[in-house]
Design a protein around this ligand. Structure first.
Ligand SMILES: Nc1nc2c(ncn2[C@@H]2O[C@H](COP(=O)(O)OP(=O)(O)O)[C@@H](O)[C@H]2O)c(=O)[nH]1
Ligand SMILES: [Mg+2]
Length: 456
């Protein structure tokens, strides 16, 4: 599989000042020599890690295609640990496509999405968590995510997982030694094992819990704006986005399906969804909009419940607040610029633990405090160096590990057979191994590298 040499543009499609084509594999240099001519003759081939100026040319044609810089990274000191050549030309799609085509004619094969990173992984340059971090980093839309991903690319999470695995393995082997050679005093007895688990379990729990924050700075948290028609949801949506995106009208029920836009607040990414009101629809189109709205609200990570503070409390407000109980929410009393009609105590009584904020979406009043409230509620800050789990794949393995550890603890505490507890620990070791890709399965590779395709 790694016999062949691959080529692809490394910069995004479209026009740019510069565009880069990358070649990796044994024949990278040979391919580059066929299509690139150095401006000055370089004795003994291309220098390593130093750009060389020259021209890209079709071996079949006399005139040059473009001026370019070529940089040669000699194996194993390259991104993929293979010989890598990067050709940095002008960013014309036609030129870059031609360079790739010439490279293919010269013996390279077009690379698939994520294939350079896959090679870096297969050649042991990155583990799987780091490979995921590369993909996250290039896709990050917030500096918070970029920072976390950059640290994970440096191996912070991998080291943490490796330490965890080490501790699990030594606990397991202590128990196994006891099972195999009961008389040699090597054994880790149930009491010692329970003690070890008591410190391992909270550590895994913390990692599992960090996924919520990871979501906020990674894929983003989906927040649905819900409320009756005309309470000002679309106006608030625009105020949070800072522009006119949703259609605002004084007529109830004009947002008939939904709008979704992304905002970054602090380090957190939010996808705000503005929908049709959840009141009583009359028009059939509106009815469909309302049904869709209910589904979106149910599936959202959290809600912004919008009430009209200028209107008296209605049974519908109560239904709205109760209807979504059990979902994380922030309650907004909008139209606070108008004379107050709503009894705030009733709202607070029904809002449970959700914060309640007064704003005026129309006048832009209190919008920043609302932004901060959304951040605290849905993306609580962790310490600067706190490790964050960004992927469902990682979270699932950690969750499985946690369950296995808890079962092992319960078995040991209940004086169940130690062999069964050891079995649970083996499962935990296997899952943690999959987490960092030490245990390589087709499934894990597919899960991770499948996501590299454009559009995730
Ligand atoms: N006075 C006042 N009017 C508002 C405020 N927010 C929205 N409105 C008005 O309320 C009406 C309905 O707003 P809209 O955003 O379309 O409500 P939606 O049906 O919930 O999306 C429009 O006439 C808005 O200008 C506010 O904070 N104060
Ligand atoms: Mg609307």
């Amino acid at each position: 599989m790694l016999e062949d040499t691959i080529i692809a543009r490394a910069t995004p499609p479209g026009i740019g000042g510069l565009g880069v084509v990358r070649i990796s594999g044994r024949r990278a240099l040979a391919v580059a020599e066929k299509i690139f001519e150095a401006g000055r003759k370089t004795r003994g081939g291309f220098p390593v890690r130093r750009p060389v100026f020259g021209t890209v040319r079709d071996p079949e044609r006399p005139s040059a295609l473009d001026e370019a810089f070529l940089t040669y990274f000699k194996a194993p000191r390259s991104y993929t640990r293979e010989d890598v050549v990067e050709i940095s030309a002008h960013g014309s799609p036609a030129v870059l496509e031609a360079i790739v085509r010439l490279g293919v004619e010269a013996g390279a094969r077009p690379a698939g999405p994520g294939e350079f990173t896959l090679r870096a992984f297969l050649n042991g340059r990155l583990d799987i968590i780091q490979a995921e971090a590369v993909n996250d980093l290039v896709r990050s839309v917030s500096l918070g995510q970029a920072r976390v991903s950059s640290r994970q690319l440096g191996g912070s999470l991998s080291r943490r997982v490796a330490r965890l695995r080490g501790r699990l393995v030594s606990l397991l082997s202590g128990i196994e030694a006891g099972l195999e050679f009961p008389d040699e005093g090597l054994r880790t007895g149930p009491a010692a094992a329970i003690k070890a688990l008591a410190s391992l379990i909270p550590e895994v729990e913390r990692l599992v819990a960090s996924y919520e924050r990871g979501q906020a700075i990674g894929e983003g948290v989906t927040l649905a704006l819900v409320g009756r028609a005309n309470v000002g949801k679309s106006t608030l949506f625009n105020a949070l986005l800072g522009d006119e995106r949703a259609i605002v009208t004084p007529y109830p029920g004009t947002t008939r399906d939904f709008l979704r836009e992304t905002v970054v607040i602090g380090e957190a990414v939010f996808h705000l969804v503005d929908m049709a009101g959840l009141g009583r629809p009359s028009h059939p189109v509106e009815k469909r909009g309302v049904a869709l709205g209910r589904r979106i609200a149910r599936e959202a990570d959290g809600l912004v419940v919008v009430l009209d503070a200028s209107k008296a409390w209605s049974a519908e407000d109560g239904r709205l607040l109760r209807g979504f109980a059990g979902k994380k929410a922030v309650v907004v009393l909008n139209k606070s610029d108008l004379p107050r009609g709503l009894d705030e105590r009733r709202v607070r009584a029904s809002a449970g633990s959700s914060p309640v904020l007064e704003v005026s979406a129309l006048k832009g009043r209190n919008i920043d405090p609302l932004r901060q409230a959304l951040r605290t509620r849905f993306a609580p800050d962790a310490g600067q160096d706190e490790e964050v789990v960004l992927h469902a794949r990682q979270r699932d393995r950690l969750q499985g590990t946690l369950e296995a550890l808890k079962k092992a603890e319960a078995l040991l505490a209940g004086r169940g057979p130690e062999e069964l507890a050891a079995e649970e620990l083996r499962e935990a070791v296997r899952l943690v191994g999959e987490l960092a890709g030490e245990v390589r399965t087709e499934e894990v590779l597919g899960e991770v590298f499948g996501r590299f395709c454009v559009g995730k």
